[in-house]
Design a protein around this ligand. Structure first.
Ligand code: IPM
Ligand code: MG
Length: 357
């Protein structure tokens, strides 16, 4: 039995996680998935009920489970709260408390969706790249930080920090993933301007010596952003810091047609993981039955692969999603002319139907 904490969060989080639960229930009942579910609160909805975006009860449950499935956090109604109480703090707190330093964000283009990309088909067809983002350090967490009064005006500051060991461990993650793929790592930094990135680059070089079968290259982040839209298929694994990874992964997601298709895994050294779609809570479309639940369902598949050692069932989920796309069903975000547009709920049902074979 594996114990999985379910954290729908805010906005579309609830609707998309509900679809993933249909898949989990089906596999529990019919394929010995053996998943015990615990339900918890995080983000703005947790704040509304408990006064904290990351209640102690949620944190305790997170420490005592094998994996976490998270929907999304955030929404307009919480934007004016003090920073420590905002929904995003719940997510960042979980990442940091569980030391989920290795964030895997695969960008894969489904051939069925090639025409949904805003880029020309020949640029993106066959795209399969993996962004490995450092998730618990860098400017997101560096001290000092704040806004204070200096010389009669307000002054805002954050600090980009990385220790050698923090760079080493994300480097090892990236090289080990590349070994299972096409054996190329591109490390993305801004070493021409930032000292912290100089250390990043030197450390990546050193870690790379342990993986002679993997080819290491380096790229400045501005160029990497350009190359991602110019010739994305040149990349196999990209490894980068927390902030650069945040930006580049949204860009990579869009290459695949919709940010609604991409799952992610955030792992610690024991491979305990938090799995979530890379998109946000999309409050503008919440509750309308139009959000795409596939990134969340694919996050369940990633969980089975990376944390729970059930890759046969992960394959099954992936195949049923391909099947539904082959049948021409699309949520609005991935639809082209002539597609059969369906809602969030129906997409969940269709995936379960496809699982039945
Ligand atoms: C992401 C999100 C988060 C981040 C936000 C919601 C704090 O954009 O997971 O990419 O910046 O890491
Ligand atoms: Mg982001």
């Amino acid at each position: 039995m594996s114990k999985v904490l379910i954290l729908p969060g805010d906005g579309i989080g609830k609707e998309i996680v509900a679809q993933a639960l249909k898949v989990i229930d089906y596999l529990n009942e019919n394929h010995n998935l053996g998943m015990e579910l615990i339900h918890g609160l995080v983000g703005g909805s947790a704040y509304d009920e408990t006064g904290s975006p990351l209640p102690q009860e949620t944190l305790d449950a997170a420490h005592n489970c094998d994996s976490i499935l998270l929907g999304a956090v955030g929404g307009y109604e919480w934007e004016s709260l003090p920073r420590d109480l905002r929904p995003e703090r719940g997510l960042l707190g979980l990442r940091s408390e569980l030391d989920l330093f290795s964030n895997l964000r695969p960008a894969i283009l489904y051939p069925q969706l090639a025409s949904a990309s805003t880029l020309r088909e020949e640029i993106v067809s066959g795209l399969d790249l993996m962004i490995v983002r450092e998730l618990v350090a860098g400017i997101y967490f560096g001290q000092p930080r704040g806004v204070e009064e200096r010389n009669g005006e307000k002054f805002g500051f954050n600090t980009a920090t990385y220790s050698e060991s923090q760079i080493e461990r994300i480097g090892h993650s990236a090289f080990q993933i590349a070994q299972k793929r096409n054996k190329r790592v591109c490390s993305v930094d801004k070493a021409n301007v930032l000292e912290v990135c100089e250390l990043w680059r030197d450390t990546m070089e050193r870690v790379g010596k342990n993986y002679p079968d993997v080819e290491l290259s380096h790229m400045y982040v501005d160029n990497a952003a350009m190359q991602l839209v110019r010739q994305p298929k040149q990349f196999d694994v990209m490894v980068t810091s927390n902030l650069f990874g945040d930006v580049l992964s949204d860009c990579a997601a869009m290459l695949t047609g919709s940010i609604g298709m991409l799952p992610s895994a955030s792992l610690n050294k024991d491979n305990v993981g938090m799995y979530e779609p890379i998109h946000g809570s999309a409050p503008d479309i919440a509750g309308q039955d139009i959000a795409n639940p596939l990134a969340t369902i694919l996050s369940v598949s990633m969980m089975l692969r990376y944390s729970l050692n059930q890759s046969d069932l992960a394959d099954k989920i992936d195949q049923s999603i391909v099947k539904v796309l082959d049948q021409g069903y699309r949520t609005r975000d991935i639809a082209s002319d002539g597609d059969n547009i369906i809602g969030t709920n129906e997409m969940g049902d269709r995936v379960v139907e496809a699982l039945k074979g």
